[in-house]
Design a protein around this ligand. Structure first.
Ligand code: AMP
Ligand code: MN
Ligand code: MN
Length: 324
């Protein structure tokens, strides 16, 4: 890993243009790590642009520099260096993929379980890290970046969001040490908690009502499933962004070892978010259907009806339970 970090440092110095990208439907770790890289690269005297497939979610629009994030069309193809953060497969880049593929060199900084050989010439991958922002917290100083208060706030946001505000199993001593140091460097945890968790648009609260109404239990309550249909989204005046976090509400049910939220915000594509307790590896289940993620938090996408998606995935989730 040390040699990979040295290679990244040289690649940044050598590149005349740098793009930074992350995954579709970006979360706090995706946006936080992208912005920390942007500000870090700029502090080294180089220019960079962050490109994302989607607009920055409303609840992350407090992050320093969020308004500088562009759509992929904003930059010409052929950057000297592309860096992708919080994603290890090209298919999760969405419309940013052509720009990343056209870069002369590619660096991957990620903490997801790899699905096959990761792309890129430089790979900084640590599946033991609770967040990509934790990898950056360790790495940025070694490439000469001083962690400013703005960078600290971006890194702390990625760590706080990927650990569910330090509640999930991935909240290890290294994570808490980093968080403590990032607060000392100017990170504002109270602001993160308020903006990310404690504020929701009315449409998101209305959508939660439908998710609770549509709850189904399988395997004697050990698998909790819910769905959000297109008409639910319409009635709540909601968009896909409003479904963020709803799977966690479903997963609270104390008998549920696995929770899965199926949603179809737009016709023809069903996005699924899955959560599990303990050792149940639902990333492995999601990989069977072209998705992925982490042991306890993963997802996949189906191009079918919600009913068919549930009929396909639930037996695989039950099999995962049975094999444990
Ligand atoms: P989410 O349920 O959207 O919060 O995602 C949980 C985790 O699963 C995140 O680490 C995502 O990056 C990953 N994930 C979600 N959907 C997919 C997918 N279709 N393919 C691969 N990974 C996914
Ligand atoms: Mn992410
Ligand atoms: Mn992450």
């Amino acid at each position: 890993v040390d040699s990979e970090i040295a290679a990244l440092r040289s690649a940044i110095q050598a590149a005349d243009s740098i793009i930074v990208a992350s995954h579709i439907n970006p979360d706090g770790d995706a946006v936080g790590s992208s912005l920390a890289l942007l500000m870090g690269i700029e502090s080294l005297g180089k220019k960079a642009t962050v490109i994302l497939n989607d607009p920055v979610p409303m609840n992350l629009r407090f992050l320093p520099g969020w308004e500088r994030i562009r759509g992929p069309e904003a930059v010409p193809l052929g950057a000297g260096l592309g860096i992708i953060a919080d994603v290890g497969v090209m298919s999760r880049l969405g419309r940013a993929r052509p720009s990343v593929e056209a870069a002369a060199h590619l660096c991957v900084i990620d903490h997801h379980e790899p699905d096959g050989a990761p792309p890129g010439d430089i790979r900084i991958i640590d599946t033991g890290a609770s967040a990509t922002c934790l990898i950056l917290y360790r790495m940025l100083p070694t490439i000469g970046v001083e962690i400013s208060p703005a960078i600290a706030q971006c890194l702390l946001t990625g760590i706080a969001t990927d650990t569910g505000s330090f509640r999930f199993r991935n909240t290890d001593p290294a994570t808490l040490d980093a968080a403590s140091h990032l607060v000392a460097l100017g990170g504002d945890l109270a602001q993160i908690n308020e903006e990310v968790w404690e504020k929701k648009p009315l449409s998101a609260v209305k959508l939660l009502r439908f998710a609770l109404d549509n709850l189904e239990l399988y395997a004697s309550g050990r698998v909790a499933v819910s769905r959000l249909t297109q008409s639910n989204y319409q009635e709540a005046s909601a968009s896909d962004e409003d479904s963020e976090g709803i799977v966690n509400e479903i997963s609270r049910i104390n008998t549920a070892q696995i929770a899965a939220m199926f949603r179809e915000p737009k016709p023809g594509r069903v996005r699924v978010s899955v959560r599990s307790r303990g050792e149940l590896d639902i990333a492995a289940v999601c990989r069977q259907f072209g998705g992925g993620g982490h042991v306890n938090a993963a997802g996949c996408t189906f191009e079918s009806s919600i009913d068919d998606a549930i009929r396909t995935l639930v037996p695989a989730l039950e099999a995962c339970l049975a094999s444990s």
